[in-house]
Design a protein around this ligand. Structure first.
Ligand SMILES: [Cu+2]
Length: 535
């Protein structure tokens, strides 16, 4: 089955269940009508939202605990990675965690628009345990980005929790605007105390953090428009020397016999799916589930991104599919578990993309052998369209803020001309203020220099191609890196990842004549253009 067919199948599956269950405790996620004026998202999303596993009542014996970490003061334009102790925001007694639902909130409980402030990622780490797939790290047991995947264990399983565990939150909160703000990271935990009679029936599961760039501080890769095959680029399989000659980072050798009981994937906008594979020496996968070119490697699950975004797979208006509650995959010590992440390459380039799947593994023997049973079944969507994704942006032109720079006159500047970036504006050719377009001759170059606090906690800007006139309204789906010629500066800054480690970028000298419109990937309201004329 193709990914697209399967995602349609998922919607139908969920709807059928909706008919049977009706809706329960309706979340904020589904309580607000979409205010977008663009074509409506799939009409059934309200029903899907009410089916979010964590929106149902907690399992028998479980209590839903609410936690919040903050406030986080989000500086203008902020996009840095940091950590904060979560010690005060943990369950107070030993027990089992059987579900987690994360969010980002203002003081009043509202969730910021994803076009205003977004949770690039948050990772919950347990300092009291060692990570299984990267023992140099504390145990990574939960993570979330703007896809806001909920975690819900299959009945009978949980994550063993001790009140003495020390948690820390690794977070990247991205302020897309030039205004300071304040937010909290919140999370609901479904918890069964160890003293509960229900605790006796719970079996322990361990988090197996799978990541195509496992161990990296900032585990990302770039996907260029037009790369890959038939509009899809799969990392690391389609990359040239993805790990610089070193061992693959997307593989984990299974450390003991056991059973995988669940997983879900994480991608960024442009992402189509994460796939999980299992290699067993000497085994033979069924032809339709074998990894191409690897007959001893079987496909165990595809976590598919389902976009509610009307413009297609280009924004955070998305949910990922997770394994159904009865998914059980038997694994043996020495098997090689791996994942791949696939992104679309027809609409745009996608910079700093991720591919992560956290799988949960129990020590029992309840799994099915994936080499003899088809375990790669359709998943379930973890939530519906969320109201914080209502501002999609895009054409028509936002004439209040922008002009079509292609229509403005050229202003010749010398080779090596420097355009400073300060206070969220490009000093020459900024779409909001320019009356002319800085212009060089073919073969020459312009250098951009970020003066906006490029150090720690800095304001990091990019110069990234977008198709002209690139003057539509800013939103979660616009602009995107869809220029006819690809260029990107990286994040100009020196505060460590995700910054590029430099504050300048020069335009390539091999660009053909034309007007090149660009935007800042970090602050999409920032737009500009430069021009190249023939000698
Ligand atoms: Cu910027």
């Amino acid at each position: 089955m193709t990914a697209r067919l399967r995602s349609v199948g998922l919607v139908l599956t969920v709807l059928l269940v909706a008919g049977a269950c009706g809706s329960s405790g309706t979340p904020k996620a589904s309580s607000k009508q979409s205010s977008t004026t663009r074509p409506a998202v799939a009409p059934n999303t309200e029903d899907i939202a009410s089916l979010t596993p964590m929106d149902q009542s907690p399992d028998q014996g479980a209590t839903r605990l609410h936690f919040k970490i903050g406030p986080f003061v989000v500086e203008p334009g902020q996009n840095n990675i940091s950590t904060r102790s979560a010690r005060s925001q943990q369950p107070q007694e030993d027990g089992w965690i059987v579900g987690i639902r994360p969010n980002l909130e203002y003081a009043d409980g509202q969730t910021p628009g994803v076009d205003v402030i977004h949770l690039h990622h948050a990772v919950w780490l347990n300092l009291s345990e060692q990570d299984i797939t990267d023992p140099a790290l504390p145990e990574r047991f939960f993570a979330v980005g703007e896809e806001k995947t909920n975690l819900k264990f299959p009945p009978g399983y949980g994550y063993a929790y001790k009140a003495t565990d020390r948690w820390v939150l690794n977070y990247m909160i991205h302020n897309l605007t030039s205004k300071r703000d304040k937010v909290w990271v919140t999370y609901d935990i479904d918890f069964i105390p160890a003293t509960s009679p229900y605790a006796k029936n719970i079996k322990a599961a361990r988090p197996i953090w799978m990541d195509v760039q496992n161990g990296e501080v900032y585990p990302v890769f770039d996907v260029l428009r037009g790369s890959g095959h038939n509009g899809v680029y799969t990392y690391p399989d389609d990359a040239t020397d993805p790990y610089n000659g070193g061992p693959p980072k997307n593989v984990w050798t299974v450390d003991q016999d056991g059973t995988l009981i669940g997983t879900a994937g994480h991608v960024h906008p442009g992402g189509l799916r994460d796939d999980m594979w299992l290699e067993r020496a000497g085994a033979k996968a069924p032809a339709d589930e074998a990894k191409p070119g690897a007959p001893d490697t079987v496909h165990v699950f595809s976590s598919v991104s389902h976009y509610y975004e009307p413009a297609g797979p280009v924004s955070w208006d998305v949910t990922m599919s997770a394994t159904p509650p009865d998914w059980r995959v038997k694994v043996r010590k020495g098997d090689k578990l791996s994942i791949t992440a696939s992104y679309e390459t027809e609409h745009a380039s996608w910079y700093e993309g991720m591919g992560i799947m956290v799988a949960w593994m129990a020590a029992d023997d309840s799994g099915k052998d994936p080499f003899t049973t088809d375990v790669n079944v359709p998943g379930i969507l973890t939530h519906g369209h969320l109201p914080e994704n209502d501002n999609h942006g895009g054409p028509p032109a936002d004439t209040e803020h922008y002009v079509d720079l292609a229509k403005l006159p050229s202003k010749m500047v010398p080779d090596g001309y420097v355009i400073d970036i300060s206070n969220f504006a490009y000093a020459a050719g900024d779409m909001s203020i320019a009356t002319s377009v800085p212009t060089i001759k073919q073969g020459q170059s312009i250098t951009f220099n970020n003066l906006d606090a490029p150090l720690d906690n800095g304001i990091w800007h990019t110069i990234t191609d977008c198709e002209g006139p690139c003057d539509g309204h800013s939103g979660i789906a616009y602009p995107i890196a869809n220029g006819r010629i690809i260029f990107d500066s990286g994040e100009l800054g020196e505060g460590g990842p995700p910054a590029a480690g430099r504050v300048t970028w020069s335009t390539p000298r091999n660009l053909p004549p034309g007007t090149y419109t660009y935007f800042c990937r970090i602050h999409p309201f920032m737009r500009g253009a430069f021009r190249i004329v023939a000698n």
